[in-house]
Design a protein around this ligand. Sequence first.
Ligand SMILES: O=c1nc[nH]c2c1ncn2[C@H]1C[C@H](O)[C@@H](COP(=O)(O)OP(=O)(O)OP(=O)(O)O)O1
Ligand SMILES: [Mg+2]
Length: 194
Amino acid sequence: MKELVLASHNAGKLRELQALLGNSIKIRSISEFSSVEPEETGLTFIENAILKARHASQISGLPALADDSGLTVDYLQGAPGIHSARYSASGGDAGNNRKLLEALQGVPEAQRGAQFVCVLALLQHANDPLPIICEGHWQGRILLAPQGMNGFGYDPLFYVAEQRCSSAELSNELKNQLSHRAQAMQRLKQQLAL
Ligand SMILES: O=c1nc[nH]c2c1ncn2[C@H]1C[C@H](O)[C@@H](COP(=O)(O)OP(=O)(O)OP(=O)(O)O)O1
Ligand SMILES: [Mg+2]
């Protein structure tokens, strides 16, 4: 495999995935081929990652890597989970963060545990019957108010105890050593011997 297409329309994810993959492989963006986003109809991160990779491979004719990720909050029984990107009506990061803070209003620190989850799916071609699936998890807790400007999505609300700051206060480099996405990518690179 010399080239692959990254099947994501999220600029924050793309930046991280590119940095994590390094120069080991030539990366093409799905936006070169299409701006149509497939509907994420799966019930699991795994299904949605496969569905996005399959769609990207279909339209590009290249091997495709997709990332389906999200935030699972203990107090909310795992919500917003696979619906993280579409949690609030507006679906934007600011609206999603606001809705999460409202859902956790009055909930004490000890009950604000959460995890970022990332599933990567690599398909060699659109009909690949055996996708490579790798996952990563990152434990944290939901802050009472946003902190920090780096990253994307729910990063300003995700407190990383070992670093004593939110994931939006980490440098790109440090987030790329610790995150759910970093862990999933490390496993993928091992499997591909990259
Ligand atoms: O490191 C992260 N730091 C902060 N937030 C994050 C992270 N990783 C995932 N998230 C959030 C963003 C979005 O609300 C959802 C992913 O949703 P997800 O459908 O996988 O991605 P997306 O729709 O933004 O782009 P695409 O599907 O084109 O890859 O989880
Ligand atoms: Mg999505």
